[in-house]
Design a protein around this ligand. Sequence first.
Ligand SMILES: [Zn+2]
Length: 210
Amino acid sequence: MILSSPAYASDQMCANYAEIRNVGHMNIGVNFDIPDPLIRQQFRHAMDFWAKVLDMEWHSDETPRCAIRVSYGTPEVFDFDDIAQADDPDLDTFRGDVAFNAAYAMTPVDAYSVCIHEIGHLLGLDHNPNPISVMHAVGVKGGEKLELADLSALSARHRMRQRNNAEGLLSIDLPVDTATEPSILIAERAECVPAEACTVRGSGQPELLL
Ligand SMILES: [Zn+2]
């Protein structure tokens, strides 16, 4: 899910958000304005992943010179069952914000995949209809990758360190501490009508949106 407006804009805004739009080298400070140790840890892993894929480096930055701010969004920020939202760099309202929904608990692999997905939005990626893509809005199944369309879109906006393999895919390299089963199942909003469609394979679990 991409934010269309800074609904949770605060006085803690990061001044250097434009760094994320750079085509060339990016030096990105991340302000972890969120108490959840799992999200902080997996967001770090996700930034490490992106720093391998793109010409970028990152560091933790609790000052206003940050480029990305990670926080909990207020409940009214989230539509339906959104797990997280990220600013859209193509909008004037872009401020490098990623907001997580405190209503949902995630396993490590959930959190890792969701963090990669949301950072992908900040870097300019839209949703990908291919379920193998980590940019697919339909949940965390484990084993998601950057798919050819994602990599093409990335290379149009940023300088790449890595290219896709022969199959046009790039693994998101799960860190060892994410070696657990994903617990959340997420659907495109359109698939949640009727409401019964929001449960998967009789699990009774509601699907959640990325
Ligand atoms: Zn999304």
